[in-house]
Ligand binder design. Structure first.
Ligand SMILES: [Fe+2]
Length: 355
């Protein structure tokens, strides 16, 4: 997550109406070529324009989403001491439970999160072909003991997100007019993250409340962010190019999908990584809120450069080639609030020291 330093982004009062985020039923993509092409055209228009879309027909059973939210609410309302047993022993806030105030430094005070990644253990990552020194780029899982179903439900939901992420990337191929299957061997050992963000007003982290639950930022580490959020209070807003901050109205049953900077770069800026932020609701709206983004990432050894057929005749490349791992290192650096935390991490990862 890259925070945007522009002071004009920091005024919660700035608002320019509602965001025209397209609502796209992607289910016809599983049909005839003409139907696939029609979905791809809608997706291309959304991602070249506003950089966000809402999708229905995604194939994720509502019952699974409901299970995910039920076990997550149950976990987040456990006593703090119990939740802390599922936190990282080396205080890595991207692994397992992150307590209020640990999540974003001074940025917000009232978010707790739970984080899991593709691989349960480093051994699983090595077995998939990653080198022995991949440890600082891959976060083994930390699972809570309670609720008893938590791990099973989160793993099943994670698997559903992998399927949806891969399907969306196949639509992206069609939308970009590049060869079908181009991304397949670049996402088959992805190191994606599923994050539960739980907000409530009954948390005292000892920090001053911010007008934001998430300050203005662009998603940088993921190809796609696939977000499901409940109807608790909270205001997602995006900054539409040439316009201003606009509220994204939630649609029940639909995922909010936006692209990250890595896909913007990969597409030579054809797709847009759009800045967004989340306002803090007034304290009179006391209901807690859970939002669960899935950050679908590429393989660490994927080569990020314009795909064949992407660039028009004479069109110039805007970025040099970079690997997924180099990109992950760059985004980790953005994510770490504290120089000390980054120094500690760099001491463990020789590649971080040289870039
Ligand atoms: Fe974001």
């Amino acid at each position: 997550m890259a925070l945007l330093p522009d002071a004009t982004y920091d005024d919660p009062a700035v608002l320019d109406g509602f965001a025209p985020v397209p609502l796209i039923d992607i289910s016809p993509v599983r049909g005839a070529p003409a139907e696939r092409a029609a979905v791809a055209a809608e997706v291309a228009a959304a991602l070249e324009g506003i950089g966000f879309m809402m999708i229905t027909g995604h194939g994720v059973p509502q019952a699974l989403i409901d299970e995910l939210f039920a076990v997550s609410y149950e976990f987040f309302t456990l006593p703090l001491e119990e939740k802390l047993r599922a936190s990282s022993p080396d205080h890595n806030r991207f692994q397992g439970y992150a307590a209020p105030g640990q999540v974003d430094g001074a940025q917000i005070s009232e978010r707790q999160s739970f984080n899991v990644h593709r691989f349960n253990t480093l051994e699983e990552a090595w077995a998939s072909g990653y080198p022995a020194d991949c440890g600082t780029s891959i976060h083994p899982a930390m699972w809570p003991v309670r609720p008893a179903a938590f791990r099973d439900v989160w793993r099943r939901y994670f698997a559903a997100m992998e399927v949806l992420g891969a399907e969306l990337m196949s639509i992206v191929e069609l939308a970009l007019g590049i060869p079908a299957g181009y991304f397949a061997d670049k996402i088959d050992r992805h190191q994606s993250a599923l994050v539960g963000n739980y907000y409530s007003f009954d948390i005292d982290s000892g920090r001053e409340p911010s007008p934001f639950r998430f300050k203005a930022h662009v998603d940088d580490s993921a190809l796609l962010t696939i977000l499901y959020q409940d109807d608790g209070p909270g205001g997602l807003q995006l900054h539409q190019r040439g316009k201003g901050w606009r509220t994204v109205l939630p649609v029940p049953g639909a995922y909010v999908v936006n692209i990250g900077q890595v896909l913007e770069r990969w597409t030579n800026d054809k797709f847009v990584a759009t800045p967004h932020r989340v306002l803090r609701p007034p304290e009179t709206e006391t209901a807690p809120r859970l939002s669960v983004p899935f950050f679908f990432k590429c393989n660490l050894d994927a080569v990020i450069e314009p795909p064949p057929g992407l660039l028009a005749e004479g069109e110039e490349r805007r970025y040099p080639t970079i690997t997924g791992r180099e990109w992950a290192q760059r985004t980790h650096r953005n994510d770490y609030d504290s120089p000390l935390a980054f120094a500690e991490r760099a001491a463990l990862d020789p590649l971080l020291q040289t870039t």
